[in-house]
Every structure is written in C-alpha cells, then in structure tokens.
Write a protein that binds this ligand. Sequence first.
Ligand SMILES: [Zn+2]
Length: 298
Amino acid sequence: MNCKVQDKANRPADWFKVIRLDEHTFALSEPQYWQANVNYLLLGTERALLFDTGPGLYRIRDVVESLTSLPVLVIPSHLHFDHSGRVNEFAYVALMDSPALRAQTRDGVFTATDAQFMLASGTNFRVTRWLADGASIDLGGREVMVINTPGHTPDSVSLIDAAGKRLFIGDLVNRDITLANVPGADVKSMAASVKRLLALTPAGSEAREAHSELPLTWTELQQFADGLTLIVSGDSAATDSCLGGRPMLRYDIGAFPVLLPTAAGDRLRPLGSPTEELEWLTTDCLEKESQTNKGAKE
Ligand SMILES: [Zn+2]
C-alpha cells in the first residue's frame, strides 16, 4: 500500500485535529492514525517550531501553514517514522548534535537506518541545524530549551518551555504504553532522562507526549521516574507479554505499562509500512512459544 503520495485532496477532513493549548502553542493530533500521534507547534514572534511531523500519511505542512506564516524549524523528538514523516517537505530541520548522527550525514543529508526509522524502508532528509544538549532556541519573545533525553532511543530529545510550564517529551514516556524495547532503547537511560527533566523544569509543569492528547501531570512524571528506578534496580516484578507477536517483558508503573526486551534480547523490529498495525499487550506469542517448547520436548 502506497501511503506516501496522498495529499489534501483525499485527506479526511478531520484527520488533523488542531488543539490550542495556549495563545501560541498548538497540538496537531492525528486521532484516526492507529498510533494516534500528537505533534506540537510552538509559535514565537519570529519563528515557529514544529516538534514532530507525524507518520506523514497526509501533509502536516498544510496544517502548519494554515496556522502560521512564520519560518518553521522542525525538530523530530526522535527518528521513528511516526515522528519524522514528510520531514523533507520542510526547509529547516534540526537534529541533536552527536558524533553518531553526524557520521550518518553526507553533504547535509542524514540517512537513517531501518532500526532508527523503525520502518524497513529507512529514510533520508536534509539537516540544516545541529543542536547541542541544553541548546536554547529563540523563537522571538519565547525561548525553549532542547535536552537530549535518551531512553526510548539514544538520540531522543525533549523540549522545556519553562515560561509556559510545559515539557514536550516525544516517546520518552507515554501514557498508554512506554516502549523501552525498540532498537537502542535503554531503561536505565530512560530513568535518568526523566529525572533530569524533573530537575531542569519548573515544578508543576505538565508533560506533553506524542501518543496521547492528555498531558502527564508533574505527579505522574514523578511516579514514572520512581517506577523506572525500581525497574532498573530489579525491585519491580515483570509479566510476560507480547508486542507485534514477539515476546516482551511488561512492567506496570501504576496504570502505565512499560515494555522491556526479554532476557533473550527480543526487541521490536522495524515495521513493513506505516499502516501495519501492531497488536499491543497480547499473550498470543506466549501460547505459540509454549507450544513450540512442548513440541521440542516431545
Ligand atoms: Zn518512537
């Protein structure tokens, strides 16, 4: 199925849901997409910042241009396809400055591996700016800070909008399911990143994540930090679970599930297409596995 060349003409009228968070901040939600991505548009007086471009099934640039005529800097929270779709359609794209990402860039064009993009096709796009950890971005009358927050992926970033008492965290932690089981994910880094954000951000701030319109409260973020610490120290019990037919370890931090690789190292693999839907938190792979084990013993 070709999902890359659809446009306004066949875009469902309500594909993008624009939610005004305050006078100069919007959530651009895609509730009909199976992963329900939420992207964020931050406006200053001179520049706009788009944090994630969604899966790119439809052109988010049209929506952004209907809301602002300012030049737009795109910062993907991380490189997964559902956060960097159609990023090529924007003139200004920034990535976190790291030797690894620089090494994947030739003549200004960054090439992502399948595992980084989480799609079997890989991707490439032009990078116009490299952001140091802790860099401040001046949008005109408004500054936001970019923080490297590894955990979900090594090169994930979050934004701190201190004046607006808001964090934008991508997939660092998610309300419905947090994935510490994708390639490059690391729960120890995830715990450290959440703690670092809590230390750098005004108390009481809310955290906007990339797969739910509902923000995580300051208290929920603190619970996440504590729960992740328990997982890292081995003081938390896991249950066997499956994602996309592969075995995973499931931990629960209050109402929030977190998935880790199994001891055997099973991780989620890149998908075949943006519309390939994964079944979350089933036990189907375990039944198959126990049958296989039984078969092997017999
Ligand atoms: Zn992701």
